[in-house]
Ligand binder design. Structure first.
Ligand SMILES: *Cc1c(COP(=O)(O)O)cnc(C)c1O
Length: 375
């Protein structure tokens, strides 16, 4: 007899992108670049690295569960410490939201092919998981508002969205918000907010606070701390209070917290990262467009490519992998005809395009289909 409930028996685990080392070994390659996990190609915030080094002397003591970081974030964003939570990545906070607020008969509502991290967490809880199709690769917030039922408990929105890179606007969100009852908890996942914040249409959710909205952010992307596991969230103190009850008491770890506190002050690194990303994104979009690929305009640090069919998308991913470029196939998200390419350094982006050119020269079928799709 299976020990796990059907929701766990039938669940596919989260599949991380392939590692550089793995691909090097597998294909006997010298040069391998990973453009698969939306990591910061410039490395980590130097301020955070220095703070991690400095804090190695207190590793024998327990943490205060992220209090120092919560206080620093409260000061930065001019809210109360009671409105802030810190965790081992925003993934961990999402897990706590699922644990704290969902009952067996509740429903989750989100978009088709939502961020895979959320899909896995939500589905592990075994409640109904409802989705609404994209409209031109953007959230269809109107259709989502109409899809809210009496049982909807959590709505998950990522803005900018992963894997499409698109945003919904302040106007769209406000209209959506006013159509959703207050008993529904809205998760606003802003893992990429720094990349989008200068877009005047982007609704920075810290600019206005609603009692049933929780904003999630992370140090994994623009601060370059994905391996450290540190993220945070803002919400009404009642919501944060419930999350504090279910979270592991000593999370985040001491080094992760120290890194987060220091990274917040490392504005130079953030600035450098955003500039490099804007350049790289423009380069990739332009080069891919010139070659007949369909890309989705992105407000984040990655770009989604849409292929005419699944076979071509797979051949593209595999063909790049064999040359040492790891990109993200999106089959597990639910978009098997699409791939996601993270923005790398200038050299990495150029290498990626060179490898694409070698691939299209070798694969006449890919070339013909692109030419046909482009006309
Ligand atoms: C990368 C990412 C996160 C960040 O997860 P962490 O657990 O903080 O590393 C969250 N949401 C989305 C949509 C992401 O792409």
């Amino acid at each position: 007899m299976p020990l796990a409930p059907p929701s766990i028996e039938g669940l596919r685990p989260y599949e991380p992108g392939r590692s550089v080392e793995e691909v090097r070994r597998l294909y006997g390659l010298q040069r391998v670049v990973k453009l698969a996990s939306n990591e910061n190609p410039l490395g980590s915030s130097p301020g955070a690295i220095a703070a991690i080094r400095k804090h190695t002397s207190d590793l024998h003591t327990y943490t205060q569960g992220g209090l120092r970081l919560r206080e620093a974030l409260a000061e930065r964003y001019v809210v109360k410490t009671d409105n802030v939570i810190a965790g081992s990545g925003s993934d961990s906070i999402m897990g706590n939201i699922v644990r704290a607020f969902l009952c067996d008969d509740d429903e989750i509502l989100t978009t088709e092919a939502a961020f895979i991290g959320f899909q896995v967490l939500a589905k592990s809880r075994g409640v109904a998981y409802e989705t609404v199709p994209y409209r031109s690769w953007r959230y269809d917030l109107e259709a989502m508002a109409a899809a809210v039922t009496d049982r909807t408990k959590i709505v998950y929105l990522a803005n900018p969205n992963n894997p499409t890179g698109t945003i919904f606007t302040r106007k769209e969100f406000e209209s959506f918000y006013h159509h959703v009852p207050e008993r529904v908890l809205i998760i606003l996942d802003e893992a990429y907010f720094e990349y989008a914040q200068d877009n005047p249409l982007y609704p920075d959710s810290m600019a206005y606070r609603y009692d049933n909205v929780i904003t999630l952010r992370t140090f994994s992307k623009v601060y370059g701390l994905a391996g450290v596991r540190i993220g945070y969230g803002f919400a009404h103190e009642n919501l944060i209070g419930h999350l504090l009850k279910v979270k592991l008491p000593f999370e985040p770890g001491a080094l992760a917290e120290a890194a987060g506190v220091a990274a917040l002050d490392d504005r130079a690194f953030v600035h450098r990262s955003l500039e490099a990303n804007a350049l790289g994104l423009r380069f990739l979009r332009h080069e891919l467009g010139e070659r007949g690929f369909e890309t989705v305009p992105s407000e984040a640090n990655f770009i989604m490519v849409v292929f005419p069919d699944v076979a071509i998308a797979s051949a593209f991913t595999q063909g790049l992998l064999e040359q040492g470029v790891i990109i993200r196939p999106l089959e597990s998200f639910g978009l098997p005809q699409c791939v996601r390419i993270s923005v790398g350094t200038i050299e990495e982006n150029k290498f990626c395009i060179e490898c694409i050119d070698k691939l299209t020269a070798r694969l006449p079928e890919l070339r013909d289909r692109l030419a046909a799709a482009g006309t």
